[in-house]
Structure formats: structure tokens, C-alpha cells
Design a protein around this ligand. Sequence first.
Ligand SMILES: Cc1cc2nc3c(=O)[nH]c(=O)nc-3n(C[C@H](O)[C@H](O)[C@H](O)COP(=O)(O)OP(=O)(O)OC[C@H]3O[C@@H](n4cnc5c(N)ncnc54)[C@H](O)[C@@H]3O)c2cc1C
Length: 410
Amino acid sequence: MTNVSFPEQDAVREWLLPEVLHGKYASDPTDFLALDSLLSPAERNERDVVRQFVETELRPHTREWFKTKPPLRELTRLFGRHRMFGKLIGQAAQIPPAVSFGLQMLELEAGDTAFRQLVSTQDNLVMFALARYGSPEHRAEWLPQLATGEAIGCFALTEPGAGSDIAGMRTVARHDGRDWVLNGQKRWITNGVDADVAIVWAKTEGGIRGFVVPTKTKGFSAVEIADKVSMRHSSSTELSFSDVRLPEAALLPLGSGPRPPLSCTSEARYGILWGAAGAARDCFHAALSRSLERTQFGHPLAAFQMTQQRLAEMCSKVCHATMLAIHLGRLREQGRVTAAQLSLGKLRNVQAGLEVAREARALHGGDGITLGFSPIRHLLNLEAVSTYEGTHEIHTLAVGRALTGIDAFR
Ligand SMILES: Cc1cc2nc3c(=O)[nH]c(=O)nc-3n(C[C@H](O)[C@H](O)[C@H](O)COP(=O)(O)OP(=O)(O)OC[C@H]3O[C@@H](n4cnc5c(N)ncnc54)[C@H](O)[C@@H]3O)c2cc1C
């Protein structure tokens, strides 16, 4: 095999593609298209602060937490101190800092999906539900302590028999004198065992309604779902309500029917589509580094044409996912983004993330199935991400409905 050095090849490359190679090599391969230029200086600064937070406070623990789970209460407080919660809450009068929030989610998920998911649950699901549909008393009691991470919230919509089809829910709340009495079960509820407060969606005579349920209330119980091999940094739980008696004031007064809970999951979906781009970037970065460091057949893996093709495709997917996220963020800032566009963003970016993670894992060979390298962890996590907040198929149907006007869900 001829051993051609990289400098000798430069002349040939220059001759082939002088304009492309003007800058010789990508100065930052993880931002190949210089998408940073689409961000304001303030957005870049805020993004860099979150990146630093992930690198110093979170990434060093990812391997250990995959095995033992992070201490959620301390982690939530740490997130609170670093102002990770509530960025989009209370911004109604101004332009929502949607891209800045999205960049935060991207950087968190570059560390691990569970870091982004902690914000999605606490902020996009619980705080958003309270801010949008709660009473002034609900907001005054819970929002400050959720924002600082002093309290942990969970969002209880899915049930053992009602996942994609939430209309099939069986949890019921009925009036008993001036109280409400709640009975039923929820499944897959993130952080349910540690939560101080749960937003529980239940069927009432007036349709689906939300309730603010302190988890200490008699009749409320939470059991962790065992043997989860994806998203091992966070806990998923089954909740049971056995004659849980709540005051009238526990009812979220605004909104009824499936729209309120679905608007919360749509809010979370926005963070997910950014986060998936972060997981993809981390996997691509790992694959690129590995391909430059590891030598086989006398060359770095990166010197083989097939490796370069794999890297180019990963790079292209990271760029597309990031561009799509920034575009949807800008639409959101203008108040123009639709739920179907977020569905397209979620399904596309999670798919891209899965493809990049799988390829990056393969490029690491046998070492790629160990926790010493991030792609396998991201790959396992993204499997769950493609299911929750609406599965790939459900978002495909949402896009199909927006395109055709025909509802093909049933
Ligand atoms: C890690 C994790 C965390 C979660 N956190 C929360 C949480 O905090 N709170 C909460 O309320 N829920 C949570 N969920 C639940 C999640 O939102 C549901 O798992 C999801 O909505 C899918 O429901 P399901 O699991 O019951 O699957 P099902 O609805 O049973 O779907 C099974 C399969 O059938 C397909 N399918 C269903 N209907 C159709 C159709 N009409 N056409 C074609 N295909 C269809 C689906 O795409 C899927 O592939 C979480 C889930 C996970 C995995």
C-alpha cells in the first residue's frame, strides 16, 4: 500500500477544488457550515455558558450516572442555580428567547439526553402547564420553587392503556362535595418517585382537566419502572391514585379537553428537536476524533475514503438538524411556528440523531459498545426519545394531516 502523506496531497486538492479549499480545513468541524453566524453575540455567549456548565459539572459524571443514576434533588438544585429552568416562562410580552432556549437544550443533550429531559419535564411540561393553565395561587406557590430547583415536578398524562391515544385515558376525577376525588394510574412518568408536585390529567364530567397534586397527598403512590436500558440517567415511574382527595383549588382553572396537555407536550417537543441535534453533534465529534486517532492498516481510519464518506454524511446530518432547529426557533420567535412544523422537526432531528449515533458507534468498533465513548449512550437514549412526546409514526401522521387535511390517526 502506498503511503501518501497528507501534505503531498494538498497540491492535488488545491487543484481540484481551489475555492472550496480556500480555508484548507474546517476550522470547527462541528460547525462546518458556520451556523454560529446565524446567532446573535448574546445567543452565542449564553450558549457558551451552558456548554461550559455541561463540560465541567455534568460530563465528568455521565459514565458513572449511567450505572447509578444522578442524585436528582441535588442535580435539580444545581440546574436551578445555573438558571436552567423557566427561560420561556413569563416572557409573554416580549419576543420569546426561543433560539437561546433551544441552544441551551442542544448543549445539555450533547452531555446526555437526561440533562435536557430534566429541563423538558420541569420547565416545558410542569412550569408551562402552571403558567398557562394555572391560577395565580398555583403560579405563586409552585413556579418560584420549581425555577430554583427547590421543588421537583412531574407531568402525568400517559397511562398503561393510553399512550399515543390519550383520549383513551381511564384516570378519573369526580366531584365529592367541594372536593375532587382522583382514581387511576399513569405510566412512564419522568421523575415521579422524586417529585414534590404532579400535574395529573384526568377525565371529568367536563372533559379532560389538569390537577395540581402534591405528591404527599394520601392515596398517591409512585413506583419506579425497573430494567430500563435507555435514558438510564433519569427515572421513569408508574403512578397510582387511590381515592386521592383534592380541594377544588387543585383544578387548573384554564382550558379543558385534550388541547391543554397536548400544548404542553408540543412545548417539550420544541426542546427535543434541539436536543437531538446536540446528541448528534456529540456523536459526530466522538467519531471524528476517534477516526483521526486510531490507526489500522498503517493509516488513521480518517484516511480511508469510506470513513470520510461516513464522516461527511454525519456532518451533513448534524448541519441539517441544527439548521432546522434554528429555523423553527426563528419562526417561534416571530410567533409563526405551527404544531405540525414542530412534529416535522422532532421526527426529522431524532431520526438524524439516531442515524449519526449508530454510525458513530460503528466507527468506534468494539470499543463503541462500552461507556468509555458516548455514541452508544446517545444511541440508547435516542431510542426512547423517538418514542416519547409522540412517536415517530404519530408525528408522521400529524405532518400527513397538515399536508392533506385528512386525519389518518384511526
Ligand atoms: C423515557 C420515557 C419518558 C417518558 N416521560 C413521560 C412523562 O414524563 N409523562 C408522560 O405523561 N408520559 C411520558 N412518557 C410516555 C410517552 O409519551 C409514551 O411512551 C408515548 O406517547 C407512546 O405511548 P406508548 O408507549 O403507550 O406506545 P403506543 O401508543 O402503545 O405505541 C406503540 C407503537 O404503535 C404505534 N402507533 C400507535 N398508534 C398508531 C397509529 N394510529 N398509527 C400508526 N402507528 C401507531 C406507535 O408509533 C408505536 O410505534 C415517557 C416515555 C418514555 C419512554
